[in-house]
Design a protein around this ligand. Structure first.
Ligand code: 5MM
Length: 395
């Protein structure tokens, strides 16, 4: 069985990140159709082959996430996709969730499914070469949403998925994505991100997941797509790290940001700003659209334009890699912290790198909803409680 820490270290290798090429058949088909390419099984295969055979991809990509269909397909040379990736020095990853489905009793919200039979599927994927897996929970911000019930249901599934992956020697990428869709403010994104992370880490702790043997894939804290609010990379970086510092234990194996539909250039600029601030966990990218959209547009499904698609991907990967290694400040050394303590930092303190130590509570500081209302009040209240606790212990 593969060693989880070794896989995490390889995934988080300096200057490298993860390429998310795991669109479901439905999503990939519609992206191909939008690009003017017939959405056939072989075109999905050809497009993924273009991606994974990009020359020197391993210089900036440590792992590629594939979906089940691609994991079983072969590149033109005859090797399976996971084998081709391994031969290129890239870790093969597999998306194992079955997608976000409507959550009963919570209109407008979803819970990600796929736990049934997962133990068996993971064993098979490990045999096919999977070194890590991915499960994406989708959290929406809307009037009165997300509900506590949606946060908890998704967090519960993520924690059970993480445990099953670790049992199989596969590193779980835990992705509680707060969507950018909507006109919400950056502050709403921040508080929702904290709530989603709080629920997720509470369940991970409850189910005994090894935090050093997993990678978190969070959203950046940004205003909603339809919001008039503007944000600079520096503001995004501070708000994002504030949210993460509030919740993430320092032993978390790594943090790999999703791009969430941001324009590719903005996702890279925000990544660079995040990486320029100190963090106690390794930080990288796990972008889908921000890496592959330019490649798909350049390829257009034409066999004699594979080079154009690969060149576009190489440029995006190089930009992301530079964002990671550019002008980043060295992360503070987490070694030497008294056990039972974790770092908490206030937004205003981030530039000054004033890290404070607070005792970790046995359980994360949230209260479950009383049953009245939709539970949002409950986590807002507990966020305030966590802030109060930071102030008290920070003196
Ligand atoms: C690549 O898209 C992934 C799969 O999406 P579907 O299952 O809905 O087809 C998706 O999980 C992706 O890994 C994340 O959303 C991050 O992608 P972005 O585009 O935000 O970097």
């Amino acid at each position: 069985m593969m060693d989880l820490n070794r896989s995490v270290a390889e995934m988080m290798a300096r200057g490298k990140g993860i390429l998310a090429a795991d669109e479901s058949v439905a999503t990939m088909s519609s992206r191909l159709a939008n690009a003017g390419v017939a959405p056939t099984e072989d075109n999905r295969r050809a497009y993924r082959e273009l991606l994974v055979t990009t020359p020197e991809l391993s210089a900036g990509v440590s792992g590629v996430i594939l979906c089940d269909e691609t994991f079983r397909q072969r590149v033109s040379g005859g090797a399976t996709f996971p084998r081709a990736l391994a031969e290129a020095g890239i870790l093969p990853g597999i998306k194992v969730d079955a997608g976000a489905k409507p959550l009963a009793g919570r209109p407008g919200e979803t819970v990600t499914e796929g736990l049934d039979g997962l133990r068996g599927r993971l064993a098979e994927y490990a045999g096919l070469g999977a070194r890590f897996a991915k499960w994406r929970a989708v959290i929406v911000i809307a009037d009165g949403l997300p509900s506590w019930q949606a946060l908890r249901a998704n967090a519960h599934a993520l924690a059970r998925y993480a445990g099953l992956c670790q049992e199989a020697g596969i590193v779980p990428i835990v992705e509680p994505e707060v969507l950018m869709d909507g006109a919400h403010s950056m502050e709403q994104c921040a508080s929702t991100t904290v709530a989603a992370l709080m629920a997720t880490f509470a369940e991970l702790q409850e189910f005994g997941a090894r935090l050093d043997g997993m990678v978190l894939k969070p959203n950046m804290v940004v205003p909603g797509k339809d919001s008039a609010e503007l944000s600079t990379p520096d503001e995004v970086a501070r708000a994002t790290l504030k949210a993460l510092y509030t919740i993430l234990p320092e032993q978390t194996g790594g943090v790999a940001f999703l791009s969430g539909g941001q324009p590719p250039g903005r996702a890279v600029a925000n990544l660079a700003a995040i990486r320029a601030l100190p963090a106690p966990w390794p930080v990288t990218f796990s972008f889908g659209r921000a890496l592959v959209d330019p490649a798909l547009a350049a390829w257009r499904g034409e066999p004699d334009r594979i080079w154009a698609g690969q060149r576009a991907l190489s440029q995006q990967v190089a930009a992301c890699s530079a964002a990671l290694t550019g002008s980043c400040a060295p992360a503070p050394d987490p070694v030497g912290l008294p056990s039972g303590l974790r770092r908490v930092v206030d937004a205003a303190d981030v530039p000054a790198v004033k890290l404070r130590l607070v005792p970790v509570r046995e359980k994360l500081p949230f209260r479950k909803g009383s049953g009245a209302g939709n539970g949002v009040r409950a986590w807002r209240h507990t966020h305030a409680e966590a802030a109060r606790q930071r102030r008290d212990y920070g003196r």
